[in-house]
Design a protein around this ligand. Structure first.
Ligand SMILES: Nc1ncnc2c1ncn2[C@@H]1O[C@H](COP(=O)(O)OP(=O)(O)OP(=O)(O)O)[C@@H](O)[C@H]1O
Ligand SMILES: [Zn+2]
Length: 738
């Protein structure tokens, strides 16, 4: 059976095949890419309730500075007009004799005073003066007293001209100091916000988003009703806090949303805020971390501070695992200290507020299994809500939500699309609709008809076709390779039906075989898994059978088959020799989990044995059914792409009925989600990078875990996409063309 091309869903697909690429093209709310001063975004802030009062300092300083400059200027002008002029004693006596001196004040031999009428200032053309100062030579023999009296001047011992200038004097001496202090505060504030905000980017402040325009409600979230129900309690608390407070109940402080990417965790968090009509602060955990130790913690502090100011409110922290990994875990972002400090700050903040404040922290992760247990303790994220990929009904509802604003053709059958897309997440479905709408727009169509949607689905599932001409020999080899996958997929009892075989090059793949189940499957038995391995090796087996050589084209096939075999042995207890123990930990080296070299070596042997057996079986089956292989090859060479009916017809095999496929599974395997880390091919020992595994002490019932309908288990094993999802399954990597 062909290793199926994925419903392109899973978190960490390794190849760069195109189905993955479009995950983030959907509208992701109000996230924007412009540099923001704080690493979080806010929505639904009450009007005028911008808690960033601090920035007022800037204005204060600016205003103060301007005011001082203004006063200084005025003062200068006044000085220019009214400043006492220094005049000669001769000029003074002249004015006295002219009886033009009104007031005089003297101290010792210096005089200053005011004239009755402006007088021409000697020595400067066209300049007049009214106030003056002068110095009386000590040897002067004139009778100044008599002269003053004769001139009828008022004589005083108090300063005349400077009376008014006390204020100015003060201002002159303190103004600059005030200005400097103001500037200093401004600079301080600025540098602090640079540290905590725009260290790496600009400092543009983002205005709080208009509450109306961003309101997302539960109407926008489809197909995950059971999760909505769980979260509704929080909405209710935020809306009617008194109802709960009266009974002494506290709101949950933290809720962890766990689930693979694109399942709508962010959307759900926003909708929670939207439903409760409270401000929404969102940040990605990785954005807290910078190179400078302490910045992350500072940012966390500020975020909580702001959220508290406008409580009730919701804080959403995405990708919490980037900082919330168990301490000592590897692959942490940023420096170790920085990560830990940031995490500690989050824990401190959460400890610090009582639930009655009304700040609820929602966090999202797709690696709940690697989180630091400290995060999950009571009073922190003590509630985990599993958000699963939707089932067929859910997918249909999601398609409905996303086609609300799309004019659909009459022929569009959303139910059929939902059926054909097992494993796809909300984000992928949103993207599917968008791709179809884009294609329709490109062709100038009036509405989005079924062909557009089918084409988009093919593009999303298989990848966009590449416009290259393959050499005939290469094409033939690819045709046999894909036919091998397809035929084995059809021959395996209970395998997922083959949907499509194509030898049109897409992305890195030269050809693709797609097979998906009729219904969502949640668990897999050993036979089925072996069938997957046999199918995955079918391409390579066909090449060896027909051409007698093996090419590099089977790389991703080997990758996926090895991965399945490893999980069977090391995670799902399907090897007698190793036994029902889980020797491959979620992360890191199994040696560190305390397993002996001996058992690990045995596991390696077992993996080898399983893959060998499957390969031999693949070659045997293809040899036995060579006629069918030839017919499929001929058909795909002729038509390039075969759909389900065509490929079964070419092989002369009857398509299995849904009952045959979806047989109840005994002792099913939990299929883990995979880790997002790229697997290094050069590693001598590769451990399955699988994520969600049954927790220690967890009773595994062996029943298929359902996605969607079943009440989500809090910390139980999460059903997940197939571990081989990350590969374009039946497709094979491009061989070097030369
Ligand atoms: N249940 C759903 N109903 C409607 N739309 C959905 C649903 N799930 C996902 N989507 C669509 O997919 C988009 C992306 O989903 P979202 O960002 O919430 O996923 P996520 O689980 O938070 O992913 P990540 O783990 O990468 O943060 C949403 O904006 C929405 O358009
Ligand atoms: Zn292949």
């Amino acid at each position: 059976m062909p290793a199926s091309v994925t419903p392109p869903t899973d978190p960490g697909r390794r190849d760069d095949g195109p189905p993955r690429a479009s995950r983030r093209q959907d509208g992701r709310g109000t996230r924007d890419d412009s540099p923001a001063p704080k690493p979080w975004r806010t929505e639904g802030m009450p009007e005028g309730g911008d808690p960033k009062k601090g920035t007022n300092w800037k204005w204060l300083a600016l205003v103060m500075g301007l005011l001082w400059l203004l006063l200084f200027g005025v003062m200068q002008m006044q000085n220019a007009a009214n400043a006492p002029r220094e005049i000669t004693y001769t000029e003074f006596t002249k004015q006295l004799q002219a009886k033009n001196v009104e007031k005089v004040q003297s101290k010792g031999d210096s005089f200053n005073g005011t004239l009755r009428a402006d007088a021409a200032y000697p020595g400067e053309q066209g300049v007049t003066y009214k106030t003056f100062t002068t110095e009386r030579p000590t040897w002067a023999k004139d009778d100044i007293d008599a002269m003053l009296k004769a001139s009828n001047a008022t004589i005083s011992a108090k300063p005349v001209a400077e009376e008014a200038s006390v204020f100015w004097t003060l201002l002159i001496s303190f103004g600059p100091i005030l200005l400097i202090v103001g500037l200093w505060i401004l600079v301080l504030r600025k540098s602090r916000s640079m540290m905590t905000g725009g260290l790496m980017g600009g400092n543009k402040k983002k205005a709080p988003v208009d509450p109306e325009s961003v309101r997302v409600t539960f109407d926008d979230v489809a197909g995950i009703d059971e999760v909505e129900n769980e979260i509704y309690e929080i909405v209710d608390f935020l809306k009617n806090p008194d109802k709960y407070r009266r009974l002494g109940a506290r709101a949950p402080k933290g809720v962890l949303l766990a689930g693979q990417p694109g399942t709508g965790k962010t959307l759900l968090a926003r909708a929670t805020a939207g439903e409760a009509e409270v401000p929404f602060f969102s940040a990605s955990a990785s954005e807290f971390i910078e190179m400078i130790v302490g910045v992350g913690a500072q940012r966390v502090r500020e975020l909580f501070e702001e959220a508290r100011k406008v409580a009730p409110s919701i804080i959403f922290i995405d990708e919490i695992d980037t900082i919330g990994r168990a301490r000592g875990g590897s692959r942490a972002m940023g420096g170790h200290d920085e990560r830990e400090q940031t995490l500690n700050q989050i824990l401190t903040e959460m400890d610090g507020f009582s639930g009655s404040e009304g700040v609820v922290v929602l966090a999202a992760t797709n690696r709940a299994d690697v989180l630091d247990p400290a995060l999950l303790r009571p009073g922190r994220f003590d509630r985990t809500i599993q958000v699963h990929a939707p089932d067929a009904k859910g997918r249909e509802q999601i398609l409905q939500v996303h086609t609300r604003g799309v004019p659909l053709g009459k022929d569009v059958d959303l139910t059929a699309i939902a059926k054909a897309t097992p494993g796809m997440t909300g984000a992928e479905l949103a993207n599917l609709v968008n791709e179809a709408a884009l294609a329709a727009a490109r062709q100038g169509a009036d509405d989005v008809t079924q062909p557009f949607l089918s084409e988009a689905l093919e593009k999303v599932q298989l990848g966009a076709a590449r416009n290259v001409v393959m050499p005939p020999e290469e094409r033939r080899r690819t045709a046999y390779h894909e036919a091998g996958h397809a035929l084995l997929g059809m021959l395996q009892p209970g395998a997922d039906p083959v949907r499509k075989v194509s030898i049109i090059p897409r992305g890195r793949a030269l050809g693709v075989t797609l097979s998906t189940p009729d219904d969502d499957r949640y668990g897999y038995d050993e036979e089925y898994l072996r069938g997957r391995i046999i199918g995955a090796l079918g391409g390579m087996a066909a090449e060896e059978l027909i051409f007698g050589v093996i090419t590099t084209g089977a790389e991703s096939d080997l990758d996926s088959s090895t991965n399945i075999a490893r999980s069977m042995v090391g995670r799902w207890g399907m090897s007698e020799s190793v036994g029902p123990v889980q020797i491959y930990p979620n992360e890191g080296d199994p040696r560190s989990a305390g397993f002996s070299e001996d058992i690990l070596a045995r596991a390696d042997e077992e993996v080898r044995r399983i893959v060998d057996e499957c390969y031999r079986e693949a070659v045997r089956l293809l040899r036995e059914h060579r006629d069918k292989l030839e017919r499929i090859t001929a058909a795909v060479l002729e038509k390039e792409t075969l759909d389900e009916a065509e490929v079964y017809a070419a092989a002369g095999i009857e398509r299995p009925s849904p009952e045959e496929i979806a047989s109840p599974i005994q002792g099913s395997a939990e299929v883990p989600e995979r880790d997002s880390a790229p697997t290094r091919v050069d590693e001598p020992t590769r451990f399955p990078d699988s994520g969600e595994a049954p927790q220690t002490g967890e009773v595994h019932t062996g029943e298929a875990t359902t996605i969607g309908e079943a009440p989500p288990q809090v910390d139980g094993p999460a059903p997940a996409p197939r571990p081989w999802d990350e590969h374009t399954g039946g497709s094979h990597a491009a061989r070097p063309t030369d």
